[in-house]
Write a protein that binds this ligand. Sequence first.
Ligand code: COA
Length: 178
Amino acid sequence: MSSPLRIVPAKRTAATAAQLAEFGRQTFQDTYAAQNTAEDMALYVAENFGPEQQLAELQDPNTIFFLALMQQQLVGYAKLTIGSGLGAEPGADVRNRAELQRLYVQEDWQGTGLGASLLRRCLDETRQRGCRSLVLSVWEKNEKAQEFYRRKGFKQIGETEFRVGNDVQTDYVLRRGL
Ligand SMILES: CC(C)(COP(=O)(O)OP(=O)(O)OC[C@H]1O[C@@H](n2cnc3c(N)ncnc32)[C@H](O)[C@@H]1OP(=O)(O)O)[C@@H](O)C(=O)NCCC(=O)NCCS
């Protein structure tokens, strides 16, 4: 019998955008609320997880979203962008660098291997598109995600700023060859 859990490319529709907005808001709150002010959290969520913003991201031709669906329920997703200057040398050709911009697994599903499955799907996709490396940024205080990426072969190549509301934070930039 096949598993009821499926990982599928997202349809670039308003209905998917609404699902992603709700899910992204919830997972962002679950992950970061304890270490950020309510005001900064509210500002970030309003700027990034509105349905219009999600639809614009879904319809960007350089992005690919993979959804993890249990029956029709969204339990995780990954967002990839093809062509990323994150952590690149000035003037470098970035067309064959992909960026994992979001990887979110619902709280109840964390630790079940779902994050690893979504990442595998992203690695397959970026290889098929001829990319040579996958980069991402992760908050210096998000030790769980750092450990996850370290186990999956990512190495730190630098740091970058990331703004949550009015708080300018430090993210580590990680890279993995493909
Ligand atoms: C980080 C995240 C994507 C990992 O996905 P996950 O489904 O929980 O992780 P998996 O069950 O696939 O675990 C994969 C590996 O990471 C390890 N791992 C997972 N959680 C860990 C933890 N808290 N501490 C140490 N290792 C951990 C697992 O042991 C496993 O290692 P292995 O493959 O060597 O056996 C997920 O926890 C998540 O969505 N967190 C909230 C949002 C977030 O922080 N996203 C990343 C932002 S950059």
